[in-house]
Design a protein around this ligand. Structure first.
Ligand code: VG1
Ligand code: CO
Length: 543
């Protein structure tokens, strides 16, 4: 094997964000760009000689080109084996599953998740460690530091590997195993959920629609929901991964999953609807004419976990990202288990899961998961819901209404302002941070401020500190507004405003969420001067 050392120079801005490096395809396809980043990753790791690397992506444009580059570089850098999904496909949770099951050293996942794909769309690379989860900040910072001083990368001269057929080939001294991307994952799902009960549910005429949004979960949903669980053919729609996701925005929320929402709210809608994102780690769950917020979904799964075989012995704890509503906290309290509040991004759950401190995790951004892998897992959440529906024999709406009667309801919404000018966004956050000390005890838009801070997290396992993770303003009575800037966007800045109000009174559980949150929306604008600083009169996306 002839290893070539290619001289290179650092490129600007290869700093991994909330989940990996995400840029426009045009940026990723510059000569040497992928090579620089991948070499920076390898240079930041130790002890991988002869070890296994898992590689796969969500099928978006540039996926297979990047994979071929990675295979040659993995060979040149001394990995012993690469496990790669057939056609370059591996959903994010499936990659996590494969890393764990085969004891891999780590994995490279090619995805920009819910961001649009295609030649004008986005691409991304994320490194996951041996527990199957996203690299912690210590590693991503080392990768970034390395990318700023890199002067050479290693590769070999070799033809492309045929990814279209399962089997093993040699690439220099590297063994490349092309595997069925669904098999290991499907086996794990079978261990966690009562497939017989779900099969009986479908056999009884229960109707479901799963929208894969032309992204990676199509093959998984076809094989598991239609194949193994016997749902009628056509239950999974948009189920062939396309390089441009059919020109869509593969983000499973009521705004972008419009096709599914129209059907769920139409005449004779199915009993249950679900969708997943570009790389398969997000999920949206919908009943007939009834949306479930991700924060509520986490709380419901936690409250009912013992009904599902994989969690029948109970859960050890719950973890949620800071902006996620506190609906899960109430369940944790009732169950007598701990509830952890972490910064945004799945990497912060890894230590808690590894230490057995938490079993279930969730984020308001349509992310739910458990200790079965170390990523959020879209299809897992859908199967969990199916298992609950099969056991409880109630509608999604009835389950939620029962939950709110027991625990109270957390009205919740996120307002996103996309593609705003970076300077205005930074100015807005600086202004907010500067005002924090004077806020408690004052009134904003008629609401009494109780607390104000910039969230800082100390990892209870390794003691690492992550500061400046989002501005939180608490009001007397328990309502909350949170502000932070996105770490996954590729154009300008995205301001996220998270709004939450707790309502214990069951007679007031039927309000429209935006109406229920109206005074908080006004307070958010007064606090952050959103309209005047961004020039926007309204959010681009409300979820
Ligand atoms: C967003 C979400 C966050 C999620 C991240 C990655 O990050 O808010 O909860 O973990 O995307 O999700 P940000 O920094 O843009 O708010 V995925 O499905 O894109 O890997
Ligand atoms: Co995703």
């Amino acid at each position: 094997m002839n290893v070539i050392t290619v001289p290179t120079r650092p490129v600007e801005g290869q700093r991994p964000g909330t989940s990996g490096l995400r840029k426009k395809v045009a940026v990723f396809s510059q000569p040497g760009y992928v090579e620089n980043f991948v070499q920076s990753v390898f240079d930041s790791l130790e002890g991988y000689a002869g070890e296994t690397l898992v590689v796969g992506g969500d099928g978006r444009y540039f996926n297979t080109q990047a994979i071929q580059v990675i295979l040659r570089m993995a060979a040149a850098n001394g990995f012993g084996r690469v496990i790669v999904g057939q056609d370059g496909i591996l959903s994010t949770p499936a990659a996590s599953c494969v890393i764990r099951k085969h004891g891999a050293f780590g994995g490279l996942i090619l995805s920009a998740s819910h961001n649009p794909g295609g030649p004008d769309g986005d691409f991304g690379i994320k490194y996951n460690i041996g527990n199957g989860g996203p690299a912690p900040e210590k590693i991503t910072e080392a990768i970034y530091a390395r990318s700023r001083e890199i002067n050479a990368y290693r590769t070999i001269e070799a033809p492309d590997v045929d990814l279209s057929r399962p089997g093993t080939t040699e690439l220099g001294s590297l063994r490349v195993a092309v595997v069925d991307p669904v098999a290991d994952y499907a086996e794990l799902m079978q261990q966690l959920f009562d497939f017989d009960a779900i099969r009986a549910l479908f056999a009884s005429g229960f109707r479901m629609r799963f929208d894969a949004m032309h992204a990676v979960t199509g093959p998984y949903a076809k094989q598991i929901i239609e194949g193994m669980l016997g749902a009628p053919a056509g239950t999974a729609i948009n189920a062939v991964p396309l390089p441009d996701f059919g020109q869509g925005h593969p983000d499973p929320n009521p705004v972008y999953a419009k096709e599914l929402m129209d059907e769920m709210y139409g005449p004779q809608g199915p009993d249950f609807g679900a969708a997943s994102d570009g790389d398969g780690d997000r999920n949206m769950v919908v009943g007939r004419r009834f949306v479930v917020t991700p924060s509520d979904s986490l709380a419901v799964l936690a409250a009912n976990a013992e009904l599902v075989p994989g969690y029948s012995r109970g859960i050890s704890g719950i973890a949620r990202s800071m902006p996620t509503s506190r609906a899960a906290d109430r369940v944790a309290e009732a169950l007598g288990v701990a509830c952890y509040e972490t910064p945004t991004g799945w990497k912060f759950f890894g230590n808690l899961l590894d230490a057995g401190k938490a079993t279930l995790c969730g984020e308001e951004s349509y992310g739910t998961g458990s200790d079965h892998v170390r990523e959020k897992d879209g299809l897992w959440a859908v199967l969990f819901w199916l298992n609950l529906l099969a056991v409880r024999k109630e509608s999604v709406e009835d389950i939620l209404r029962g939950h709110w009667r027991r625990f109270g309801r957390h009205y919740y919404s996120r307002h996103d302002y996309d593609g705003i000018d970076t300077q205005s966004a930074d100015g807005l956050m600086a202004h907010l941070r500067g005002s924090l000390a004077g806020l408690p005890g004052t009134r904003v838009a008629g609401l009494a401020v109780d607390s104000a801070d910039d969230f800082s997290y100390t990892d209870p396992v390794d003691g690492s500190v992550s500061s400046r993770q989002g501005v939180r303003i608490g009001f007397v009575g328990g309502s909350r507004v949170v502000f932070r800037l996105s770490g996954t966007g590729t154009e300008g800045a995205t301001l996220r405003v998270y709004l939450e109000r707790y309502e214990p009174d069951p007679d007031r559980h039927g309000l429209d969420p935006q109406a229920a949150l109206a005074d908080l929306i006004a307070a958010a604008d007064a606090l952050a001067e959103i309209k005047s600083r961004t020039g926007r009169q309204a959010p681009d996306v409300i979820t």
